[in-house]
Design a protein around this ligand. Sequence first.
Ligand code: NAP
Length: 247
Amino acid sequence: MNNVKNAQVAIVTGASRGIGAAIARRLASDGFAVVVNYTASAQEAEALVAGLKSEGAAAIAVRADVSNADDVRRLFDAAEQQLGKVDVLVNNAGILKTAPLADISDALYAQSFDINVRGTFNTLREAATRMNSGGRIVNFSSTTLVLNMPGYAIYNATKAAVESFTHVFAKELRGRNITVNAVAPGPVATSLFLDGKTDEQVQNFAKMAPLQRLGQPDDIASVVAFLAGPDGAWINGQVLRANGGVA
Ligand code: NAP
């Protein structure tokens, strides 16, 4: 199905599970050669890659902790050596740990900012010198940023930083023909959202959207595919809130 040899190359961070795995599948079916990045879930990442290859796509799994700059350099090295220079970067890797601000430990503060903010910074810094002209960068924010719910202070602060990177970096790449946007999902049925919530809490979140359901990973993968594909060419420096109308 794909012309694997001439395929454009997409790195999807945190693609072993959840939204990232759906993005990897969608970009592969759209003809991209895909780098499935993960940090702990090697089995899931390798299984995803095997599935993509069996459908004719080019794909590799690369372990790299996005919060580690050396790992991120190696992630780009692996992409270039095994698939080619990078055309699309999707900064999907992230964690969500909620607690009242007064109860946040130093360790949780550091972990949240290291993965969500430093992780995005590390890949953007590599992308600045290593992406093809015509490339697309899609960062990940969250609709929680505009809801201001108790417990989300640290998570929202990390996503606010990501939105700032998005707006500024889009301008810093002037002349390179590379777009930089962010997707800000509402609640999506993945372990990041579901873990630790009661059925009642999940149902309450599902009812928030006028469309009256949780988002599914494929809902978000479609938005990323739009931004990464030909129809998204004129969108730049924007945050797209994909949430069924939550906010
Ligand atoms: P998820 O199901 O928990 O999956 C997270 C993915 O990120 C996994 O593949 C995980 O890899 C990877 N990851 C975590 N830390 C990493 C690190 N240091 N380096 C590399 N990869 C790392 O989460 P999700 O729901 O798909 O969320 C994806 C993105 O959407 C996140 O940025 C999140 O903030 C955002 N988002 C999610 C929702 C939602 O409701 N689900 C809403 C708004 C925004 P391993 O499996 O190897 O650990």
